[in-house]
Design a protein around this ligand. Structure first.
Ligand code: G16
Length: 543
């Protein structure tokens, strides 16, 4: 087997976004496109000679082909060993765990998360560092810079590895271990949660549904819920993973997880429903006719952490992304804990967890997790909820309503305008920036504006600064309107508007969030001029 050095030319569009490089499959299939990105990554991550790399993905179209290329490039570039999930499958949190457990140098995770899959849809790749978390901005910037100057890549001339067979294979000087995709992750979950108590809950007639949305959590959920926890067959819906995710859009929210939503809002709704996304790091939690916002979910998990085996000893602190509601801040305050506000992107939590400052983290984009790995973790959140339900023996709605009674309710919603013209999207944000000097002190949506700024974050651990992370209109009563452009889309731009308003009075906690936020929604449209600029009169997705 010989190493080929292949000449190539740079592409100018390989800048990683919020979570790695995401493009249409057809873009990744262009000659040398994937190879350039992988070589650029290998060129900047340091000395990995003889070390271990973890490789796996969410099983979407092009996953297997990409893995074979990566394996041959890893061998040619001098890795000593690659751990790859069977069939090329590793959920994002499982990959994070495997990196940590095996003290790997890093990992390449192949996923475009919740974006649809198939020959005409999306693919993605990201590099995670040795702590198991997404590469920080300094590394992704170096990767991007390298993609702009790359002139050659190295690849081993060799046959393909049989990815479906668990075992050890030789690729040149490098070993490839094809590992069970689920086993180590399932053991980690067992160590964190009280499986016997959850088993008892499920055996006692407590009904739940988990929607794997034909994506990567299928095999994980089947083994954990229906296998280890004894839930009845059929508890896991859409558990057969497919390369096009069943033609669906595996984003666990009220719009896209409609199979589950129909059941949970139907006549014989189970007590508990949950869904995860394409690569298994997001989660949505539902009770019988009840939706738990991701921001509230983080706050409830934090407030109940003492009831859960892995967190009983106490949590160090909490972190949330800036657009996530401040519900968790109130819990942190009551527990005497620090609460950190970071830019959007799980990568910003890594330093805080490594430094022992936080245990639980969450984002409004249906992401919750803890320091057990360095990614958000969909099934972990579902198991955390199940553990709380097993201990408290109350409904999901009762637990959340009691929480609001104690801490107040942060009414919250996100409005997305997907696939809009990029320049119109930038203009909408600029309109708000242009008004920002005059807004403080004025009345908007029946409230007084206190500040208007572009969110910037200084990492308290390494001092790195990230600017322009969202335009904020902050009100004196704690309400907020935030405008941001998504960093994960692959066509046009997506404008996200995050709306939040705090209500302490328990007699006013049963409003529909859209009604409670109606004035804010109107004000957001007015100050951004969004509807006129984009020609849209309603958001694509409301969560
Ligand atoms: C990624 C990031 C998250 C982020 C989300 C949405 O999630 O890991 O931190 O909140 O994208 O980002 P944006 O608002 O820029 O689209 P995932 O599940 O897509 O990897």
């Amino acid at each position: 087997m010989s190493v080929s050095i292949v000449s190539t030319r740079p592409f100018d569009d390989q800048k990683p976004g919020t979570s790695g490089l995401r493009k249409k499959v057809k873009v990744f299939q262009r000659l040398n496109y994937l190879e350039n990105f992988v070589q650029s990554t290998f060129d900047v991550i340091g000395d990995f000679a003889g070390q271990t790399l973890v490789v796996g993905g969410d099983g979407r179209y092009f996953n297997r082909e990409a893995i074979q290329i990566i394996l041959k490039m890893a061998a040619a570039n001098g890795f000593g060993r690659v751990l790859v999930g069977q069939g090329g499958i590793l959920s994002t949190p499982a990959a994070s765990h495997i990196i940590r457990k095996n003290k790997a140098f890093g990992g390449l995770i192949l996923s475009a998360s919740h974006n649809p899959a198939g020959p005409d849809e999306d693919f993605g790749i990201k590099y995670n560092i040795s702590n198991g978390g997404p590469a920080p901005e300094g590394v992704t910037e170096a990767m991007f810079a390298r993609t702009l100057e790359i002139s050659e890549y190295k690849i081993l001339q060799a046959g393909n590895i049989p990815l479906d067979t668990v075992g050890t294979f030789q690729l040149g000087e490098m070993q490839v271990e094809v590992i069970d995709s689920v086993h180590d992750y399932a053991e980690l979950m067992k160590s964190l949660f009280d499986f016997p108590a959850i088993r008892e809950l499920l055996a006692g007639g407590f009904a739940m549904k988990f929607d794997a949305m034909h994506a990567v959590t299928g095999p994980y959920a089947l083994r954990i819920f229906e296998g280890m926890l004894g839930a009845p067959l059929g508890t896991v819906m859409n558990g057969a993973a497919s390369e096009d995710f069943g033609g669906g859009h595996p984003d666990p929210n009220l719009t896209y997880a409609h199979d589950l939503v129909d059941i949970m809002y139907g006549e014989y709704a189970p007590e508990f429903g949950a869904a995860s996304d394409g690569d298994g790091d997001r989660n949505m939690i539902l009770g019988n006719h009840f939706f738990v916002t991701p921001s509230d979910s983080l706050a409830v998990l934090a407030a109940n952490a003492d009831k859960v085996k892995g967190y009983r000893g106490g949590i160090a602190g909490i972190a949330r992304s800036m657009p996530t509601s401040a519900a968790a801040d109130r819990v942190a305050e009551s527990m005497g804990l620090d609460c950190y506000e970071t830019p959007t992107g799980w990568k910003f939590f890594g330093n805080l967890m490594d430094d022992g400052r936080v245990t639980l983290c969450g984002e409004e984009s249906f992401g919750t997790g803890s320091n057990h790995v360095r990614e958000k973790d969909g099934l972990w959140a579902v198991l955390f909820w199940l553990n709380i339900l097993a201990v408290r023996k109350q409904s999901v709605a009762a637990i959340v309503q009691e929480h609001w009674k104690r801490f107040g309710r942060n009414y919250y919603s996100r409005h997305d305008y997907e696939g809009v013209d990029s320049s119109a999207a930038s203009r909408a944000l600029q309109n708000v920036r242009d008004k920002s000097p005059e807004l403080p002190g004025t009345q908007l949506a029946g409230r007084t504006v206190s500040t208007c700024d572009d969110f910037a974050y200084t990492d308290p651990v390494d001092g790195s600064v990230s600017r322009n992370q969202g335009v904020r209109v902050l009100f004196e009563d704690g309400s907020r309107i935030i405008f941001r452009l998504s960093g994960t889309g692959t066509s046009g731009a997506t404008i996200r508007i995050y709306l939040e308003s705090y209500e302490a009075d328990a007699s006013k906690h049963d409003l529909d969030a859209q009604d409670a936020l109606a004035e804010m929604i109107h004000a957001a449209g007015e100050i951004s001029g969004l509807r006129k600029l984009t020609g849209r009169d309603a958001p694509t997705v409301i969560t």
